[in-house]
Design a protein around this ligand. Structure first.
Ligand code: ARG
Ligand code: ZN
Length: 876
């Protein structure tokens, strides 16, 4: 059924404390839960206590230590309702349930992964462990006792500080934990098993010593060093940048190999997908290192934005996620190159969030209804949520933003709050009214800003006409105009920034122009000669710009803007013009020609030694096929898009061949591999040069040599990708895949790369290849990373292979979704979202996609997760 934001009301009973005892057993774990409640003041004295459950059986219930007559309660798998409870005084309920961790293939609640007991409770997994008021606004301190087989579970962890542990009875031991910070159930965690540990310490700004521990499978300890380093840097950064100090005497991270998402911020005990913990030069790429740094930081930052201050209900998810993503973005920007980080963020936002916002799954950053909350851990809530936070920082400036955050931490520590509470802090701290701005939380859809400009030489006035349009989205046919902060610069012909003497028509603060009406003209005076407008610099607002800027003006920005991000943006815009024109030319049978202005701007940036290599690599990375599809807007033919992009790659490669040769020679970092940003930047520039050379030279020879010479996973995986994607039928590709696989046999994370590189080989043969790989003994259907690496990569990242014209791959995906759904609904629902843009395909493919979706919808057994996604995709 549907949950509505408008229906929120507080619980009838207040939970005072929680005391849990687990007697671990792989198939029959006993859970005793002692809960102390009292009735909230003013609540009807006859109102029953209603607790949530999910697939539970009640096997014992005590009221103040006494057996409760069966007439006083009703227990079903989904709920426990207790009647005739005291009107005001506190009482204690003791609930006993037995659960089967081994049989838990959903990976929600308590489950087993490689012999390790592990939990995932966000959003509603705790109710799979015991009956509980499983909602984020019920906060209590927890005491946890874990009893388990001594030999099998030398490590038994939960949230908070360690109280003690010892032998329990013959063969069993116990460990006890206490978390003094009141928390909701979704932040509960338990981990037990035989794990190796890496130890360190951190001294907080007020001098407390915190024990840091990262638990991994035995033998993988050395691969946790970078994660530990990232953790210490995160702790320090949060103190310096946000004044946030850690608040327990221990902070623990556990890496597990079966996990539905990236990681989870359980209080004092973060649980991670081991993909985001384990790294060494031989097995991890630069991108893996960067992801580890970002996700370790993200989960750590949740300690304040999420845990100390949590969400009142799940509609407020962006309160913690958008804000925490913004914080981890800022952290990575401080650790690495800010401009390059921003480019990566915007690439990701545009390729993932923009399509979501433009399709049937579009929803506001703060949704108002849901059927399955797991389906709202979306790029809109996370990434657009982060952009909205960033815009608040842009509107208020650094110190205004800081003042608002300080007030938020001070005012709401220990509470479960709403987006309105958050925004009010910024309003109160800055005496500002953010009412119109708040529409960003409520209106879905990517705003389209149409831009035109006029320059009057005689009066020296430059007029900018802006019009905003927010497209209709499911449930929101019409929209109000929003407050869109657009960072801008007027660049004169010698590259200097022009400063107007006056502005009329709207508010401009510093470098930011505030578009607040549907249509607005801004007139700048004192401008001479005609300036080139650089708009939405650093992507100050997550909008689409419709602006017919000439290639000459774009090239001017690409050359002169002082904002590196804006230079990249202008290059991308030039590339998009050429790529979309290329698609049209192909359709009309014209030969594709690249604009020389585009080629020279691109190669000039790539060859500019005053620019950092990582930026130059970004400049050379053309928009992806799905980016082009999005720019084209509809009736898309993935084959034509692929062909046009290939043609442009050839043109760039031919024109830039001497440069690429030079870069390939010069950009090898000296000495042993180091994951630092500067070295990674060089590698990325060198590897993209290698990829262009494979076009210019039309040969696999250089990539094969690079593969043989590689001394780190970044170079190795890149060379392998060039071989496999560009020359799939060559013996060199086959041999390299074979070598790669056998060299890293048994390493799950590298095996995932092996699957995903093959799943993304473009072209008609892809489906057969994927089917063969599914039959490979290394394909493990129970491991989410492996399923994502094969099925997910194919559906999300192989546009020509997946969108083959006969629709066979859609049918294949439908079958896979139904199979995955049987064991892991969250994973199935997530992979199904790969079809979210099906309506923008050309008619025949769209038809096939439609029947595949219908095939899923008609299935007799379907999880709530998949049903929700498929129905929205068919309807929206
Ligand atoms: N809170 C976690 C994070 O952002 C993600 C949890 C996702 N949960 C889910 N049911 N999808 O780090
Ligand atoms: Zn998060």
């Amino acid at each position: 059924q549907i949950v509505n934001l408008a229906d929120y009301r507080p619980t009838d009973f207040i939970l005072e404390r929680v005391d849990l005892t687990f007697e671990l057993d792989p198939t029959n774990t006993k859970v005793d839960s002692r809960l102390i409640f009292h009735r909230r003041e003013g609540v009807d004295p006859s109102a029953p206590l209603v607790l949530d459950g999910d697939e539970l059986t009640l096997s014992g219930l005590l009221f103040d230590q006494n057996e409760l007559p069966t007439s006083q309660y009703d227990a079903t798998p989904e709920s426990l309702i207790v009647r005739d409870l005291p009107a005001s005084e506190p009482f204690e309920l003791t609930i006993t349930t037995y659960i089967n961790p081994e049989a838990n293939t959903q990976l929600m609640g308590l489950y087993r992964t490689n012999g390790i007991y592990c939990t995932q409770c966000e959003a509603e997994g705790f109710r799979r462990i015991t009956y509980f008021p499983d909602r984020p606004d019920v906060l209590a301190p927890y005491t946890i006792t874990i009893i388990g087989d001594k030999a099998a579970n030398p490590v038994m962890l939960s949230n908070g500080n360690f109280l003690g542990g010892a032998g329990y009875d013959e063969g069993r031991a116990f460990a006890a934990w206490f978390d003094p910070h009141p928390k909701p159930s979704y932040l509960f965690a338990l981990v037990a098993g035989d794990l190796g540990v890496v130890d360190d310490t951190f001294e907080t700004m007020s001098g407390n010593e915190v024990a840091l521990k990262i638990y991994v499978e035995h033998g993988k300890e050395a691969r946790a060093a970078y994660a530990m380093d990232a953790l210490k840097r995160s702790m320090k950064w949060d103190e310096e940048r946000f004044g946030r100090e850690y608040d327990l005497n221990i902070f623990q991270i556990v890496a597990v190999s079966d996990f539905n998402m990236g990681a989870m911020e359980n209080k004092g005990l973060n649980v991670f997908n081991d993909k985001y913990v384990l790294a060494d030069p031989e097995t991890a790429t630069d991108q893996d290192y960067a992801n580890i740094e970002a996700i370790i930081a993200h989960e750590y930052f949740h300690n304040w934005t999420g845990n100390r201050i949590t969400c009142r209900d799940w509609f407020q998810l962006c309160l913690k996620e958008g804000l925490t993503v913004y914080r981890d973005h800022e952290f990575s920007a401080d650790m690495r190159s800010r401009a390059v980080k921003r480019i990566a963020e915007v690439r990701h936002l545009k390729s993932e969030q923009f399509p979501e916002d433009a399709g049937p799954l579009a929803h506001p950053v703060r949704p108002t209804k849901y059927r399955e909350i797991n389906n709202f851990y979306t790029t809109t809530v996370y990434e657009k949520g982060s952009e909205v936070t960033r815009m608040i920082a842009t509107l208020l400036g650094e110190s205004g933003f800081k003042a608002g955050m300080d007030l938020y931490f001070e005012r709401h520590d220990g509470q479960a709050v709403t987006v309105e509470d958050f925004v009010t802090c910024f309003e109160d701290a800055n005496h500002r009214d953010l009412t119109q701005f708040s529409l960003w939380y409520r209106q879905a859809g990517t705003p389209l800003v149409t831009v035109s400009s006029q320059y009057d030489q005689s009066s020296g006035s430059f007029t900018l006409s802006l019009e905003q349009m927010i497209p209709a989205t499911p449930g929101q046919p019409t929209k109000e105009p929003m407050h869109i902060p657009l960072s801008f610069a007027l660049i004169s012909d010698n590259g200097a920034l022009a400063t107007p003497t006056a502005v009329k028509g709207g508010e401009v603060t510093g470098e930011v122009l505030h578009l607040t009406e549907r249509q607005q003209n801004f007139t700048f005076s004192g401008i001479s000669p005609r300036p080139v407008l650089s708009l939405n610099r650093s992507f100050s607002a997550p909008v689409n710009l419709h602006f017919d800027q000439t290639p000459t003006d774009l090239a001017h920005i690409a050359r002169y803007d002082t904002d590196l991000f804006a230079r990249w943006q202008a290059l991308t815009e030039l590339a998009v013009l050429n790529l979309t024109q290329g698609v049209r030319d192909l359709k009309t049978g014209k030969a594709l020609t690249c604009d020389p202005a585009f080629l020279s701007a691109l190669l000039e940036a790539a060859g500019d030694e005053t620019l950092e290599p990582a930026f130059r690599a970004q400049a050379l990375t053309l928009p992806s096929e799905s980016d082009i599809a999005r720019e084209l807007g509809g009736n898309n033919d993935p084959e034509a898009i692929h062909a046009a992009r290939q043609a442009v790659l050839y043109a760039v490669a031919k024109e830039g061949q001497p440069l690429f040769l030079r870069l390939f020679e010069d950009m090898k970092p000296a000495g042993a591999y180091s994951p630092d940003a500067a070295s990674a930047g060089k590698r990325s520039l060198r590897n993209i040069a290698l990829s262009y050379l494979s076009y210019a030279e039309a040969s696999h020879a250089r990539a094969a040599e690079a593969f043989a010479a590689a001394d780190n996973m970044t170079d190795l995986a890149q060379a392998l990708t060039v071989l496999a994607h560009r020359f799939p039928d060559s013996t060199q590709a086959t041999e390299a895949l074979e070598t790669f696989q056998s060299r890293f046999e048994g390493n799950a994370l590298v095996t995932d790369k092996w699957f995903s590189i093959q799943a993304t080989i473009p072209g008609a043969g892809a489906l057969e290849r994927v089917k063969q790989l599914m039959a490979d003994a290394r394909f493990v259907a129970s491991n989410p990373n492996r399923v994502r690496a094969l099925v997910g990569s194919f559906a999300f990242s192989n546009p020509t292979g997946f969108n083959r014209a006969d629709g066979e791959a859609y049918r294949f995906l439908a079958e896979q979704i139904l199979a995955i759904d049987q064991r892991n609904p969250q994973l199935a629902a997530r992979i199904l979202t790969s079809m979210r843009s099906w309506r923008s395909l050309e008619a025949q493919r769209a038809d096939h996609a439609h029947s595949a979706l219908m095939q899923i919808e008609r299935a007799t057994v379907l999880s709530a997760d998949v049903r929700d996604i498929v129905e929205r995709m068919l309807k929206g």
